[in-house]
Design a protein around this ligand. Structure first.
Ligand code: IPM
Ligand code: MN
Length: 354
């Protein structure tokens, strides 16, 4: 009997629903071709719902979402809602409460895609960033003292637990082994300044590597140098592992060297629970409803979801179809400059998968 995957779909804000629709189109084509079924349930969490009801995410949503095989997310962020409310209330809350402790962000230059780095080709840009996704500066630990006075103090603490760091490192080591490319894991940190947090990271990195992953080469780069190498010699990287904040920053740079937000996808993974997949660009409100936004990042997020669910062949077919479209169809990855509409790009990929 065909396997059925129960997927929660949160289109979210701005262009989120449009790109998610195309991802779903491609997922359905893959399901038909590779013989599995998709049971999709849509949720309307996002800015519009918040403005209408005053509720960001009902408490019941978390437990409900736990029951799915995976979550597909469009984008969160609304121009009429103060920054932080939706991001913290939906995106970060889901990452934390569903304990999606890995944020997996591949940086891969597809054929035909314009790269802002001179002379860099697809074979030069193909690495993965493993971003810790539940700790660091993102936990909201800290506070104010004497707020609003000249003596005001603001504290924002980076939380790094041995357990949290270790599970992230182990995931990254396993991934380096599974990729079987350069078999190199680079720890991106700041051991010269953040001498507590990255001391813990560095010790755990070498202890675990030495004991359990002798086949994986261990490398280290400070975060500032990582940015430099990502531009100068991206071909050096295979898998990069880093904390939440540094991972956030370097993956925007990563998205740019792979051709932009139109193609960059990410997975918020709980390898023992429910994972959530999203294009890493924002809600792009100015393009909402115009059918011009690039859905490839959302489509790639859908492909990543299938890969994690174990539908490896279907995931590979989606990636190949996306590569066909970047190589031979779209003129650019930028919104409005693709030479096709959002829905047409979805059609092209879906047809290729079929
Ligand atoms: C991302 C985003 C989020 C983050 C924001 C929207 C909270 O930038 O997914 O990278 O910082 O993690
Ligand atoms: Mn970010």
């Amino acid at each position: 009997m065909a396997k059925t995957y129960n997927i929660a779909v949160i289109g979210g804000d701005g262009t989120g629903p449009e790109v998610t629709r195309e991802a779903v189109k491609v997922l359905r084509a893959a399901a038909a071709k590779f013989g599995f079924k998709l049971a999709l349930t849509e949720y309307d969490f996002g800015g519009d719902r918040y403005l209408r009801t005053g509720e960001v995410l009902p408490d019941s949503a978390i437990d409900e979402l736990r029951k799915y095989d995976a979550i597909l997310l469009g984008a969160i962020g609304h121009p009429d809602v103060k920054p932080g409310i939706l991001e913290k209330g939906i995106l970060l809350r889901l990452r934390f409460e569903l304990d999606q402790y890995i944020n997996l962000r591949p940086v891969k230059l597809y054929p035909g895609v314009d790269c802002p780095l001179k002379d860099k080709k697809p074979e030069d840009i193909d690495f993965v960033v493993v971003r810790e996704n539940t700790e660091g500066l993102y936990t909201g630990s800290g506070g104010f003292l004497k707020k609003g006075t000249p003596d005001e103090v603001a504290l924002q603490c980076s939380i790094n637990t041995r357990r949290g760091v270790e599970r992230c490192l182990r995931y990254a080591f396993d991934l380096s082994r599974k990729r079987n490319k350069k078999k190199t894991l680079t720890l991106c940190g700041k051991t010269n300044v953040l001498t507590y947090a990255f001391d813990l990271w560095e010790r755990a990195f070498h202890e675990i590597g030495q004991a359990d992953y002798p086949d994986i080469k261990r490398d280290y780069a400070h975060v500032d140098a990582t940015c430099m190498w990502m531009v100068k010699n991206p071909e050096w990287f295979d898998v990069i592992v880093t904390d939440n904040m540094f991972g956030d920053i370097i993956t925007d740079l990563g998205a740019m060297i792979q051709g932009g937000m139109g193609i960059a996808a990410g997975g918020n993974l709980n390898p023992e629970g429910v994972s959530m997949f999203e294009p890493i660009g924002g809600s792009a409100p100015k393009y909402t409803g115009k059918n011009v936004i690039n859905p490839l990042a959302a489509i790639c997020a859908g492909g990543m979801m299938l890969d994690v669910l174990g539908e490896t062949a279907a995931a590979q077919a989606i990636e190949k179809a996306v590569m066909h479209v970047t190589a031979f169809k779209v003129k650019s990855l930028a919104a409005g400059k693709m030479g096709y509409t959002t829905t047409e790009v979805g059609d092209l990929v879906a047809a290729r998968v079929a």
